[in-house]
Design a protein around this ligand. Sequence first.
Ligand code: 5AD
Length: 444
Amino acid sequence: MKKVFIKTYGCQMNERDSDAVAAMLLDRGYSLAKSERDADVILLNTCSVRDLAEQKAIGKMGLLTRKKHRRSDLVLGFMGCMAQRLGPKLLDRLPKVDLVIGTQKLHRIPDHLDQFFNNGHHPISDIAEEAGSQDTIRDHAAPAARATAFVSIMQGCDMQCSFCIVPTTRGAERSRSIEDILAEVRALVTCGVKEVTLLGQIVTSYGRGVIPIRDGKSPFVQLLEAVNTVPGLERIRFFSPHPQGFRDDLIECFGRLEKLCEHVHLPVQSGSDRLLKAMCRTYTVDKYRRIVAKLRARVPDIALSTDIIVGFPGETDADFAASVHLCEEMQYDNVFLFKYSNRSGTPAAAMLDQVPQEEIVRRHHQLWKLTETHAARCNARLIGHPAQVLIEGEPESKKVEGRLFGRTRCNRLVYFPGTGHQRGQLLDVHISRAKSHTLYGEPA
Ligand code: 5AD
């Protein structure tokens, strides 16, 4: 029985895809290797959002191909976004790579591996589009071991943000049906899952143009309402929305749908209207502010996180100051800060006024320090208070005997002592200590 190891780079969608591919491989009679060392097949599930992510995967593959000197039968493959973007070019660059499988062909990996083994070990590259591929990523590997699960609700993105490679790597928007998603959520709950995160590159566009608006409710809101009715499910999250589709019908779900958690990740990208326009983000800072104000009016303690890019072409000191100002104003619980990375083929790549790398690094560091202090302040506020935690298990790294971790509804990570408790249990924890991204406490 061949053993496969999948190493994942990038976003939650990639984690989700790796899980689904692992499940399909198990179904086909492959087994999963515990580590690279005892694997017969190593697949790198890749990310293209920034150049650094691609370089990491290429560097890693370079090291793996050297292992082939000693283990000529080792099978190596790229899958996912970079595979989609570069296709057979990856085989030219790294001739010892055996498989290159794009984002719409992940469900074909078991077939391709079978074919590879049965037909003389010829390299395979498959990055074609496939109608209906959004419906093929579903089964999870061993969900019984988890309290939380990612559920892919759609693939692709039709927005044209000028910095972003995702429309190239993930294709056009395609949504799964509400019934199909519900069936998956119910099956997960049967296996013990208590929390689902609905995933898509732009979930606020879910079902757009396919599922009609009903009673003023977008397809995505209809989906949230449906998932909220699944018995045994405790929590719902989603990731990522776009401010353009974050309308009143969605805002109104918070505080109404009892399973919907009090956390919104709402990418803003920049605090400058001039840059938002250059990024083709289709909203102004003021519109974004109004969405946040409405959310906070509905649920005063709602946690808010965002993505910000520093050093987008043409970003002046004043534009950067506007992003700093917006962070001060919003007091985000968490900011994912990205140094602008030039992605060839995107409109921004051809813009003439690229910001020098040293300046990008300087701005990134300045804003990072600020957002860390905000995150620490948000967490410190919880000291002395109780928080409901969904127990996810023992921490994988830095294993301390008798320590468990979970998340609050606001998506804060909490460590606490415990052994008798079970994964998937909801527990009230009294928070006693806080760092910027972690809380510590005792069962209340
Ligand atoms: N450079 C830097 N950051 C980027 N992102 C997307 N494309 C780029 C790029 N070219 C960031 C955005 C997005 C997040 C997932 O990655 O902030 O929201």
